[in-house]
Design a protein around this ligand. Structure first.
Ligand SMILES: C[S@@+](CC[C@H](N)C(=O)[O-])C[C@H]1O[C@@H](n2cnc3c(N)ncnc32)[C@H](O)[C@@H]1O
Length: 246
């Protein structure tokens, strides 16, 4: 059994975020009509996919590699009567095979780090129409001076993490005009992500008491939560909204 996926099974989200932030980011993008096309990369269980569908007229391609997350989204699509507007696809962000310049908007919350910020921006841009928009959320340093603990953690897990100003420079060098950015509020880490995850960790701890592999993985996941509790002023998620150069 994959311990990581047991921890993350059926959580409302798979990364920090909430509807308010999704809609705030969407407000910087020109309204899309019925022929608009959105690609939601690494949609997870699809909270933001549903928000995008309910707040635009576009059709959405929602992509993820983990089947159970896509199943969870499928249920939401059916419940919301949005089958004609959202298509899910099990596919990797590393080998997108869409027609070039075919999307008006590419969206990816909490997942571009899997490819790396710059690599993702460069690789995905070719699927955007000229003048199309890209919106990503990315873990970012919020201060110049970073304490040893978060520096060590992110140095191990995502050494590419940068400051907001560094990321804006990367956006400018990768074929885009920066449109806006904002920091995800702290509450958006807790409500749909860390708080349900802590509850799940506690349940699994009871169930798997005395199993070293489980205990060490659960401890590691909790360490990440505690790190954020202690150092949320030093790092956070930032939304970056950009427009592809024509
Ligand atoms: C941190 S989660 C974010 C999910 C969702 N956007 C959200 O905010 O709830 C990262 C997601 O990336 C997906 N993922 C991992 N590797 C992937 C890949 N190579 N291609 C597409 N999705 C991938 C995972 O299954 C997971 O759903």
């Amino acid at each position: 059994m994959d311990i990581f996926f047991e921890i993350h099974k059926n959580l409302p989200r798979e990364g920090p975020g909430d509807s308010e932030a999704t809609l705030k980011a969407l407000s910087f993008v020109p309204e899309l009509g019925v022929d608009g096309r959105i690609l939601d990369i690494a949609c997870g269980p699809g909270m933001q996919t549903m928000d995008l569908a309910e707040n635009s007229s576009a059709t959405i391609e929602a992509l993820d590699t983990h089947e159970p997350f896509l199943k969870a989204l499928e249920k939401k699509i059916n419940d919301g009567g949005l089958r004609h507007r959202i298509r899910t696809r099990k596919h990797s962000m590393f080998n997108l095979d869409y027609e070039e310049e075919s999307f008006d908007l590419i969206w990816s919350e909490g997942a571009i780090y899997i490819m790396g910020f710059e690599k993702g921006l460069r690789a995905w841009g070719k699927f955007l129409k000229p003048g199309g928009h890209m919106v990503v959320s990315e873990v970012s340093w919020l201060k110049k001076e970073i304490s040893n603990e978060p520096r060590a953690f992110w140095g191990k897990h995502y050494p590419e993490i940068g400051t907001i100003s560094k990321n804006i420079k990367i956006i400018e060098h990768s074929g885009y005009i920066p449109v806006a950015h904002f920091i995800l509020p702290e509450e958006a880490w807790w409500k749909f992500y860390y708080t349900p995850m802590i509850k799940r960790i506690e349940e699994l701890r009871m169930k798997h008491q005395g199993e070293p592999e489980w205990e060490s993985t659960l401890d590691e996941e909790l360490q990440e939560v505690e790190l954020f509790r202690n150092y949320s002023s030093e790092y956070g998620y930032a939304f970056y909204i950009m427009k592809k150069i024509q």
